[in-house]
Write a protein that binds this ligand. Structure first.
Ligand code: FES
Length: 165
């Protein structure tokens, strides 16, 4: 891979090739093309009919990558990015609007991840009876009478949603 280096100030506003975007973002060219087919990023064609990207595409790609990593579906990412203006570099206000839109969803994900982190070492009431705590917390899988799934984990979620945990 081409060694990345600090950009020449004179090139700051120059558009980037797909290869430069791939090198700087760490996302393969094929994925960038896929993002483009999904309308997540846009490029223009130069006189040679080659794709050229505005430098701000790097921020969009970074946001897509991070959002995907924490499990935000691509369709949801696309919806949110569509709130950003086309044809001009999004301002801080534009990004604030996007993050405000995502805040509740991200807070919910953070809360669920915290619950999972905290409960994985104990019994989650899933019926496996494989953990030391299971006989105590879910004797003979009594929790199955409450319905399918990890009953204790879901109960923990409900409690946390009600602000009790
Ligand atoms: S962890 Fe599965 S029943 Fe306890």
């Amino acid at each position: 891979m081409k060694k990345l280096s600090k950009i020449d100030p004179a090139r700051r506003l120059h558009s980037l090739t797909v290869g430069e975007v791939a090198a700087r973002s760490g996302v393969p060219v094929s994925t960038l093309h896929f993002y483009e087919t999904k309308g997540l990023i846009q490029s223009v064609r130069n006189a040679g009919n080659q794709r050229r990207y505005a430098r701000e595409v790097l921020r969009r790609v970074a946001v897509i990558k991070v959002a995907q990593r924490i499990g935000v579906p691509l369709a949801e990412i696309g919806e949110a990015l569509r709130e950003l203006p086309d044809g001009r570099t999004p301002t801080a206000e534009d990004w604030n609007r996007l993050s405000a839109r995502w805040r509740a969803d991200l807070d919910e994900r953070i809360r669920q991840l915290g619950l999972l982190r905290d409960q994985l070492s104990g019994c989650i009431g899933c019926g496996c009876l494989s953990m030391q705590a299971c006989p105590l917390r879910n004797p003979w899988d009594a929790l199955s009478e409450q319905g399918p799934g990890p009953r204790l984990f879901e109960a923990g979620q409900a409690t946390a949603r009600e602000g009790g945990g």
